[in-house]
Design a protein around this ligand. Structure first.
Ligand code: C2E
Ligand code: CA
Ligand code: CA
Length: 746
């Protein structure tokens, strides 16, 4: 409906003094007149005398009762009877007065006017009774000519109308006063809105369908440009909660117009009350009612609206405070806490068939570094905007981490294929067109049973990590198996933490390194062993990554270093070669530990071991990962005199140029190539040959690991590899066995 047309149909109610022409509305609201008499003739005569009569523009409607009981039933059923024309003497002499007493006292009807009529003059009640029962008039039937009847009735009707107005106002004001304290104490906007709507509906009567709308930037936390949205909804509008007004149909249109024109509007039984707020924080109360929206009633509602305005201001202030706690500053979306709260709400609501998702922007930190933080922010905003477009009512979008968005919505809306479709076209950031990809972790909420928001976030994060680490697909749904794995990982982490902090169950084993030609012992590699709580050895492959992931590797590594250096010292005293070295594995995480170098120095100083006898093994992939960190620390180590070996060489992707920049001493040929050396099909020989050649040209020493057979040892020697380590010589053994092995070699 075009706005102008709509306008014509609206009555503007902010100029309450000037009543609009009453014709249409009042035809539907006749004065209800009850005629009580046991004589049918009186009914007919009354109706005839008063036919086509209007009082103040409103017609009359007659209700007929022929006994006191009938009359009582009619009055009980109809709250809006203006006047009762009542025969005093019916079944018995006091039947009429008994009825009056019951109406006033038992039914509590004080507004209805009563005109007593009697056939015989001798039955006039005493003045005391007339006053006590608030009887308007007492007339004998013969006195009541048509004109007398009409004037008496008109007076009674007007007085009824005034009484009703006053009583309604008083009732309304009492209700306003009653609810004010409760309303103003509410701090949560949603809570407040619900209470305000309940009050408004009670006040107006005649319906339970209402909306409270306020400005979105105030209470909600998603971007958008619709100024008013629904913060409270009641009755058949309940589903509109959280929606912008433009999505609320005709009620939304009327409410939006009231908001835009900053005044209250009515349209038949529909009313939008404008509530002016400070700093443009206006609100609109919309309701639909079958009750007559009289000017007096509207005035009372306006008074109530003042309370709503004040209350909103209060709730708004609090909301502003909690806003920052639950809102991401950049996108104005919910933040992690806000998202968790919405998840909690959702789980409490018992809604079925919903999914939550975490969406991670691939390689965001690299983009952020490359483009600068300002452009990084803009990229996040445009991703947020694009995701916003897919939201339907009730769905939630949040920014739960730097480049991770949280989504909550119906299963079908969060289909990962659909979500990722939104990343098919590049994102525009200033002059850049950025082809962005994303990874998703999802949880079907029906499948997780009783969980809270935090648990759900964790679960979905597990799925997200799975999706990120996996090479199949860009998304992963959370499953119970994942939970089990995660739990056992956590259990193991717990055990490992105890082992590391209390140094229980940890041991070092040592594997000799030999010169291929002479078989001479030249060094040992320290390899960690962990005997878990059940007494079984747990393989390092299984717990080293856990220790790295949890940061425990820092303490663990420090312990390894101290123990291995101490062992070398002890062996020397017990007769092993004083020039043999100790190779120790280090992880990248340890490099990031600011105390790393200090710990090394201290351990060396304690034992007096020369730094040249210590060799650190870092894997090729680690050396490649963080070039700047790695090169910096390696150079310092070099300065101290410590030797560096690149472990698992050949498995990574070192470029020659990069290798050249690294201050290293040795390459360690990965055992996979050694294993393939004597197999016919393997490419081991050619790779081993390449590594050996590379080492020679870079002036680096080369050692082969995983040598298990004499044939392998021979081939390596032929290829020019000088050093080896492997089961052929010895498995990793404890310190005592190693000592025995070393002594036997001499
Ligand atoms: P790595 O550094 O490549 O260690 C060599 C692995 O090869 C050891 O496995 C060793 O037992 C095994 N090995 C030695 N000779 C042979 C052979 O002839 N044939 C075969 N098939 N295997 C052989 P282990 O002890 O299970 O260690 C696994 C990995 O755990 C190590 O691989 C290393 O990356 C890591 N690791 C062990 N100790 C430490 C430590 O103290 N710190 C750190 N950061 N990592 C460690
Ligand atoms: Ca190693
Ligand atoms: Ca290795």
């Amino acid at each position: 409906m075009p706005a102008s047309h709509l306008n014509d149909e609206l009555n503007i109610i902010d100029d309450l003094g000037h009543e609009q022409p009453a014709a249409v509305a009042d035809e539907t609201r006749p004065w209800r007149i009850l005629v009580v008499d046991d004589d049918a003739e009186v009914h007919n005569a009354t109706a005839f005398a008063l036919q086509d009569i209007r009082i103040d523009g409103r017609p009359l409607a007659f209700i007929h009762a022929y006994s006191a009981e009938e009359a009582l039933a009619e009055i009980a059923a109809d709250e809006d009877i203006a006047v009762a024309l009542l025969d005093v003497v019916m079944e018995h002499e006091s039947a009429g007065l008994d009825l009056v007493r019951r109406v006033r006292q038992d039914l509590g009807r004080s507004a209805m006017r009563i005109i007593l009529r009697t056939g015989q003059p001798g039955y006039a009640p005493e003045m005391r009774v007339i006053r006590e029962y608030d009887i308007n008039d007492y007339k004998t039937k013969s006195e009541l000519t048509r004109v007398r009847l009409l004037t008496t009735l008109t007076t009674a009707v007007r007085s009824y109308d005034q009484l009703r107005t006053i009583m309604d106002a008083r009732r309304g004001l009492a209700l306003i006063v009653d609810t004010a304290a409760d309303l103003l104490a509410r701090r949560d906007p949603g809570d407040f809105a619900a209470a305000a709507l309940a009050g408004a509906c009670r006040l107006v009567g005649g319906g339970d369908d209402a909306l409270l709308c306020a400005h979105r930037q105030r209470f909600a936390n998603y971007p958008g440009d619709t100024p008013l949205f629904v913060i409270g909804a009641r009755g058949r509008f309940a589903g509109s909660l959280g929606q912008p007004l433009k999505d609320c149909g005709a009620p939304g249109t009327l409410a939006a117009q009231a908001g835009a024109e900053r005044r209250s509007l009515t349209d038949g039984g529909r009313a939008a009350f404008f509530i002016a707020g400070e700093n443009g924080h206006d609100a609109v109360l919309y309701l639909e009612t079958t009750a007559a929206l009289t000017p007096e009633l509207r005035q009372i509602v306006e008074v109530f609206c003042v309370n709503i305005g004040v209350g909103l201001e209060n709730a708004g202030l609090i909301a502003d405070l909690s806003f920052s706690a639950f809102t991401d500053r950049l996108t104005r979306l919910a933040n992690r806490s806000g998202f968790v709260a919405r998840l909690d709400d959702h789980m409490r609501s018992g809604t079925r068939g919903w999914t939550m998702a975490l969406l991670d922007i691939d390689h965001f930190s690299e983009l952020n570094d490359a483009l600068g933080h300002h452009k990084g922010d803009q990229l996040l905003l445009s991703v947020a905007q694009r995701l916003c477009n897919i939201l339907t009512p009730g769905m939630v979008l949040a920014r739960v981490g730097g480049d991770v968005f949280g989504l909550l919505g119906p299963d079908a809306m969060l289909d990962p294929r659909l979500l990722l479709d939104h990343f098919k076209t590049p994102f525009l950031v200033d002059e850049y067109s950025l082809p962005i990809k994303a990874t998703l972790g999802l949880t079907r909420l029906d499948e997780v049973g009783d969980s809270d928001g935090i648990d759900l976030l964790k679960a979905t994060n597990i799925a997200l990590n799975r999706a990120k680490s996996g090479d199949r697909g860009r998304w992963h749904y959370y499953t119970e198996d994942m939970a089990r794995e995660t739990r056992s990982r956590l259990d193991r982490l717990h055990d490992l933490r105890i082992a590391v902090t209390q140094q229980r169950g940890l041991e070092l084993h040592y594997q000799p390194q030999v010169e291929l030609i002479s078989g001479k012992l030249i060094g040992a590699e320290a390899l960690i062993r962990w005997r878990g709580p059940d007494g079984e050895f747990i393989r390092p492959d299984l717990f080293i990554s856990l220790a790295e992931y949890s940061g425990l590797i820092v303490d663990l590594g420090a312990w390894v270093f101290k123990t291995a250096v101490g062992q070398l010292h002890e062996w020397e005293a017990k007769g092993l070669p004083s020039d043999m070295h100790m190779a120790i594995n280090v992880s990248l995480v340890q490099f990031r530990d600011p105390l790393f170098l200090t710990r090394l120095r201290n351990a060396l100083a304690e034992t007096g071991i020369a730094p040249q006898r210590i060799e650190l093994e870092i894997t090729e992939s680690v050396a490649m990962l963080e070039a700047d960190t790695v090169i910096g620390i390696l150079s310092e180590l070099k300065e101290m005199g410590i030797q560096i070996a690149i472990d698992d060489f050949g498995t990574g992707f070192s470029s020659l140029a990069y290798l050249h920049r690294l201050p290293i001493d040795r390459l360690k040929i990965d055992r996979a190539f050694v294993r393939d050396l004597d197999s016919k099909s393997g490419s081991g020989a050619s790779i081993a040959q390449t590594v050996i050649g590379l080492g020679r040209s870079l002036g680096l020493s080369v050692i082969a690991e995983g040598v298990e057979t004499e044939a392998q040892a021979k081939l390596l020697m032929d290829l020019g590899c000088p050093l080896a380590q492997g089961f052929l010589y010895s498995r990793p053994v404890d310190a005592e066995a190693f000592l025995a092995w070393g002594r036997a070699r001499r």
